[in-house]
Design a protein around this ligand. Structure first.
Ligand SMILES: [Zn+2]
Ligand SMILES: [Zn+2]
Length: 269
């Protein structure tokens, strides 16, 4: 099946990123890295060596959850919403749309443009954890603290992992971690960028992708969302015709409430 995908012009999407936003992003990344460093330093001081393995288990579960969380945000921003709506659309959805039109643009973005927005969101969420790190009284406290901390940090830095998955040349350690499957590789992530663009939404480490894709998790979520909101998945990203072709390809039924909205568009245009 061939897809006639009509994306919004890449230049229009890219030009919406302003110098002021860039400066704010630089400050955001700097503050977030300092905050994470403080958190790790405090953790190392509080956890006795014999309980360090609990930090490892908490971190592992936290990274899995961050993979799932970034998948959820990525899927939501790819599938619904518009790139020109105030704040959320211009700041968040715009960058996802731009990435589909020009997947290599991310490799030209510096550290601030790549990670700024996510770090700015991560600061108020991570700060209470770092400030209120309890003493190492209980293994469960260490487990849940580590889970929450690593989930937040890996989610905030997901775009950096994503950028590495698009780069031909990566730092040697990153290349090694990608080859061993610990980090998301170029090959793994390319599934997301191939038509019909409906797989591989998890962009932290990508470990959850085979599971969520296989069980049809995203199609289930799209069916639920369509019934609640009445919006056609991917319509803003690939245009109405492209979105309908993808629905047909996925053998998904269009619920009556979505049909009503589509008919209203057609009669207006
Ligand atoms: Zn995407
Ligand atoms: Zn990508």
């Amino acid at each position: 099946m061939r897809f006639k995908i009509q994306h919004i012009a890449a230049e229009k999407l890219a030009s919406a990123y302003t110098p002021t936003q860039h400066r704010i992003n630089q400050i955001g990344v700097f503050l977030y890295v300092a905050l994470c460093g403080t958190g790790l330093f405090r953790l190392a001081n509080v956890v006795p060596a014999e309980l360090a393995w609990i930090v490892g288990v908490g971190a592992f579960v936290g990274i899995l959850l961050s993979d799932m969380f970034t998948g959820f945000v990525h899927w939501g921003c790819d599938t619904f919403g518009r790139s020109d709506t105030f704040f959320w659309g211009r700041i968040f959805i715009r960058s996802f749309r731009e990435h589909h039109v020009d997947p290599l643009a991310i490799t030209r973005h510096d550290w601030a443009q790549c990670n700024g927005e996510a770090c700015l969101v991560g600061i108020p969420l991570t700060l209470p954890l770092v400030l209120f790190l309890p003493g190492a009284g209980s293994g469960w406290v260490i487990f849940f603290w580590s889970l929450a901390f690593f989930m937040l940090v890996f989610s905030a830095l997901a775009n950096q992992f994503h950028k590495w998955a698009h780069q031909k040349e990566t730092p040697p350690l990153v290349g090694f971690l990608q080859k061993t499957g610990i980090l998301m590789s170029f090959r793994h992530h390319q599934k997301h960028h191939r038509a019909p663009y409906t797989k591989g939404y998890c962009i932290t480490v990508g470990w959850m992708n085979p599971i969520l894709d296989r069980i049809g998790f995203w199609r289930f979520m799209e069916n639920v969302s369509m019934r609640i909101w009445g919006n056609l998945p991917r319509e803003d990203d690939v245009g109405t015709e492209g979105a309908l072709q993808i629905m047909e390809h996925l053998e998904m039924k269009i619920p009556p409430n979505v049909r009503v909205q589509l008919d209203a568009h057609t009669s207006r245009s």
